[in-house]
Design a protein around this ligand. Structure first.
Ligand code: ADE
Length: 257
């Protein structure tokens, strides 16, 4: 999997991409990450990358020429134009923006399947809209809050996508059971000691009964999702037993005290 990141702040990525799972995946050659400094593609001698907005108002807007210049060193101009014209995406060109479509696990999976993705980090008030008109295939937000730029959002996407690259997570079971991977939030985890500050591990987990453990974990995942993110239950794959369990939660809630 290859990531090309266009940014005005390349130094922000150093630590994040050299540690932990992403760092290991890079060392193992499972992912490649190239950081491109947009400033290197500014046309004037002072390397100016922003300018005042047409129509007035506060803040500055990122100029289109340096971004397209940087992008065309990563993807050829014909590919950029063709995928905009046909809608047949060969390599996603994603602009990170608070105004984008919310990023989620399905989008991470879709990006992973392309094998390469370009991430453009916006800054200041925004990016000249012609960058989107000419080149951007996905405008992506990582949540309903405003960051100072797209860099941290790009890191989030790189990490979430890298985890889905085959072989990156040694234990495939961990990936399958992650929160969201199966449409539900994850069940709670416990490790030694069996009792910590008066709190004991649930008996079922030390029972040695694998079927009971599996059922307990499934019910915990269902209950957490029902409590915290009921919207996810609409699309989750639920068995008859799952539905019966959720109904029992509803009944408990509706029972008179
Ligand atoms: N840039 C600023 N805020 C952002 C957000 N929430 N997601 C992605 N990029 C951003």
């Amino acid at each position: 999997m290859r990531f090309d990141i266009l940014t005005l702040f390349p130094g922000m990525f150093d630590g994040v991409f050299s540690e932990s799972i992403v760092g290991r995946a890079r060392d193992a050659g499972q992912v490649q990450i190239a950081i491109h400094n947009i400033r290197d593609y500014a046309l004037d001698k002072h390397h100016v990358t922003d300018d005042a907005p047409y129509g007035g108002g506060g803040g500055m807007v990122l100029k289109p020429e340096p971004i397209l210049g940087a992008l065309e060193t990563v993807l050829d101009a014909e590919t950029i134009a063709r995928q905009k014209a046909t809608g047949q995406i060969e390599t996603p060109v994603a602009l990170l923006s608070a105004a984008g479509t919310p990023f989620d696990h399905d989008m991470a999976r879709a990006f992973e399947r392309f094998g390469q993705i370009v991430l453009i980090c916006g800054r200041y008030e925004g990016v000249d809209e012609r960058v989107s008109e000419l080149a951007v295939t996905h405008e992506v937000s990582i949540g309903d809050y405003v960051l100072s730029g797209g860099e941290i959002a790009a890191m989030v996407i790189v990490e979430a996508v890298t985890r889905l690259v085959p072989g990156v997570l040694g234990d495939m079971r961990a990936m399958v059971e992650d929160s969201h991977a199966n449409g539900l939030l994850e069940y709670p985890h416990y490790t030694r000691p069996a009792t910590f500050r008066g709190l004991s591990v649930p008996d079922v987990l030390v029972s040695g009964d694998h079927a009971r453990v599996a059922r307990w974990r499934r019910e915990q995942a269902l209950q957490r999702t029902w409590e915290r993110r009921p919207d996810l239950l609409e699309d989750a794959e639920l068995s008859k037993a799952d539905r019966a369990f959720l109904e029992s939660l509803e009944d408990q809630q509706n029972a008179p005290a």
